[in-house]
Design a protein around this ligand. Sequence first.
Ligand code: ADP
Ligand code: AMP
Length: 215
Amino acid sequence: MDIILLGPPGAGKGTQAQRLVERHGMRQLSTGDMLRAAVKAGSPVGLQAKAVMERGELVSDEIVSALIGEELDALATGQGAIFDGYPRTAAQAKSLDAILAARGRTLAQVIELEVDEDALVARICGRYTCANCGKGYHDTFEQPKVPGTCDKCGSHEFKRRPDDNEDTVRTRMGEYRAKTAPILPIYEARGIVARVDGMADIDNVTAAIEGIIKR
Ligand code: ADP
Ligand code: AMP
């Protein structure tokens, strides 16, 4: 089963994708993570993407769609994909259709996480991840059980994203409103959109998503 998690920056897509991976053995395909890895590696894609990401603007459709195609090819047979942060434009949505069709895959569900914009700055500015395994945390809303120690891998090193600051967040939200939210009607017309209250507690959001994918 392939699903898209859709929602503005900080809506909880990565948090919920990590849970789906653990519970169902699905694969999280986050174009943001792929681009950050490219920036870190200093690859040609990374060099092109770095400044764009720092500004909070969108990287070119061609680059991200190529990354998604490569990652899908690396999936195990029968493994479901969770698209996290992709597609973000109408052109990417069109590419995804072609990418899936070429591989005999179908999109089962688009799950939209509905959130109040006012809450997003606080969510994003408090976000951090384990530097070793990538598990996501929040200064207030999702702290490690033992302070300073990752629940998942025991590491004591954590990191924050350079684009998780208030200025960039506003640009990222603007990009979402202008370019990403308008792709929802494409999927609504296919009858595959389900909405979840992304303002609920993390566990309750997970429960709502589980209810959708089991039906
Ligand atoms: P996205 O991937 O959509 O940008 P994240 O999953 O990284 O968002 O979530 C952003 C931050 O908000 C993280 O620090 C995460 O721990 C926290 N968070 C996620 N979901 C919730 C929620 N339902 N309530 C409160 N905080 C949340
Ligand atoms: P994210 O990790 O999803 O918050 O993405 C971080 C940044 O990476 C975004 O602000 C964009 O600059 C870039 N990015 C990630 N995914 C995409 C995408 N599908 N299309 C264009 N740019 C993207």
